[in-house]
Design a protein. Structure first.
Length: 86
C-alpha cells in the first residue's frame, strides 16, 4: 500500500479490531523518522470507533508537536515597561 503509492505513512481505517496478522504486518513496516520529531509507525491501524473518539489524535503524524505552542516566560521586571506619549 505505502510502497505502491510512494507514501511515507499509511493509515488503515477498519470497522473491527485488527487481527494479529494485521498488527504484525503493520509493525513489520517499521517506523518513519523525520528530523526533529518523534518516530511514528509507517502503517497505522485505526478503528472507526477510535477515529470518532480521538478525532485528530487517532493518527500520529510527525508534524504534531506538543511543544510548538508553549507560552514564553513572563517578564517580571516592571521597569522595562514604557508608557505611551499621547
Amino acid at each position: 500500500m505505502i510502497d505502491r503509492e510512494k507514501a511515507d505513512i499509511g493509515v488503515f481505517l477498519t470497522l473491527h479490531e485488527p487481527t494479529g496478522p494485521m498488527k504484525a504486518e503493520a509493525a513489520g513496516a517499521g517506523q518513519f523518522q523525520l528530523d526533529g520529531f518523534d518516530p511514528v509507525p509507517r502503517i497505522q491501524i485505526v478503528t472507526v470507533e477510535e477515529a470518532m473518539a480521538l478525532r485528530e489524535r487517532a493518527v500520529r503524524i510527525p508534524l504534531a508537536r506538543a511543544d510548538t505552542f508553549r507560552k514564553p516566560a513572563r517578564e517580571e521586571d516592571k521597569s522595562r515597561q514604557f508608557g505611551l506619549d499621547l
